[in-house]
Design a protein around this ligand. Structure first.
Ligand code: PEP
Length: 255
C-alpha cells in the first residue's frame, strides 16, 4: 500500500485573520511548483482565521488542504465557545487535529474526550489527526511506547476498520514540541512502527497499511527528509516551521 505523505502546519494561536490571509497567500505562491499528487499539504489555522483562509484557497483554486486545530465532541447546542464538526465541514475543512498535547495539558483532554472528538470528526467526513506522544518523564522512565499506544487505543476505541483507515495519527513526543529538540529518526520510527503494529493487531494489516502516521516535534526543512526516510513515517505535523511560507514550502518540498 502506498500512502501519500501529509505535511500539516499547525499555526497554534498565531496570526490574526489579516496575517493569516497574507501567510496563506504567500504559501500558495511558494508552493506553485509543488507536486500535490506526491505530497499532501494542509494548514491548520485558528478557528477565527478559517473562513479567511478558505476564501483565499478557493479563489486561488489551491490544492492546499484546510484543517482545524480542534473540534467539538458535541453536535450542536448549548456548548459555549465550542465549534462543531458541521460548522467546520461547511467551511471545507477536511482535517481536525485532536488531542494535541497542548489540549491535553491545558484543557484536560483525556482518552474519552479524544475518542468522542475523533467520532465527531469522522461522522462529518472530516479526517481526524489524532495526536499522541509521551512527556519527558515518561520517556526517561522508558515507558514511552506503552504510553503512546494507550493513547492510540483510547482515541480509536469503538471505530470500525474503515474509520481507522480514514484517520491520521501524529506521534508527537511532548519534549520535542517547540523545543528545537527533534527525536532521532530511529526514535521516531520506534514509536511510529509500534503504532502501526498496534493497528495491525486491532484491525489487520490492510487497515494498518492505509493509515498515515506522522511525526511531529521541531520538524524543519533541514531534518524532514531523514525522518520521513523511515518506513512507518508518512509525513509531519509542524508547528513553528509552518509560520513562515518559504520555510514551510521548502519543508513540504523536501518531504
Ligand atoms: C506541534 O505543535 O504540533 C509541533 C510539532 O510544534 P513544533 O513543530 O514547533 O515543535
Amino acid at each position: 500500500m502506498t500512502r501519500t505523505p501529509l505535511i500539516a502546519g499547525n499555526w497554534k494561536m498565531n496570526k490574526t485573520h489579516l496575517e493569516a490571509q497574507a501567510l496563506v497567500e504567500d504559501l500558495n505562491d511558494a508552493l506553485t511548483d509543488h507536486d500535490f499528487d506526491a505530497v499532501d499539504v494542509a494548514v491548520l489555522p485558528p478557528f477565527v482565521d478559517i473562513r479567511t483562509v478558505q476564501t483565499v484557497l478557493d479563489a486561488a483554486k489551491s490544492s492546499i488542504g484546510l484543517g482545524a486545530q480542534d473540534i467539538s465532541q458535541h453536535e450542536s447546542g448549548a456548548y459555549t465557545g465550542e465549534v462543531s464538526a458541521a460548522m467546520l465541514k461547511a467551511l471545507n475543512v477536511t482535517f481536525a487535529a485532536i488531542g494535541h498535547s497542548e489540549r491535553r495539558q491545558y484543557h484536560g483532554e483525556d482518552e474519552a474526550i479524544t475518542n468522542a472528538k475523533v467520532k465527531a470528526a469522522l461522522g462529518a467526513g472530516i479526517t481526524p489527526i489524532l495526536c499522541v506522544g509521551e512527556p519527558l518523564e515518561v520517556r526517561q522512565a522508558g515507558t514511552h511506547v506503552q504510553h503512546t499506544l494507550d493513547q492510540v487505543r483510547g482515541g480509536l476505541e469503538g471505530l470500525s476498520g474503515d474509520q481507522v483507515a480514514d484517520t491520521v495519527i501524529a506521534y508527537e513526543p511532548v519534549w520535542a514540541i517547540g523545543t528545537g529538540e527533534v527525536a532521532t529518526p530511529e526514535d521516531a520510527q520506534e514509536v511510529c512502527g509500534a503504532i502501526r503494529g498496534l493497528l495491525s493487531d486491532l484491525h489487520g494489516d490492510d487497515v494498518a497499511s492505509r493509515v498515515r502516521v506522522l511525526y511531529g516535534g521541531s520538524v524543519k526543512s533541514s531534518n524532514v527528509a531523514d525522518i520521513m526516510a523511515k518506513d512507518d513515517i508518512d509525513g509531519a505535523l509542524v508547528g513553528g516551521a509552518s509560520l513562515k511560507a518559504d520555510e514551510f514550502a521548502a519543508l513540504a518540498g523536501n518531504a
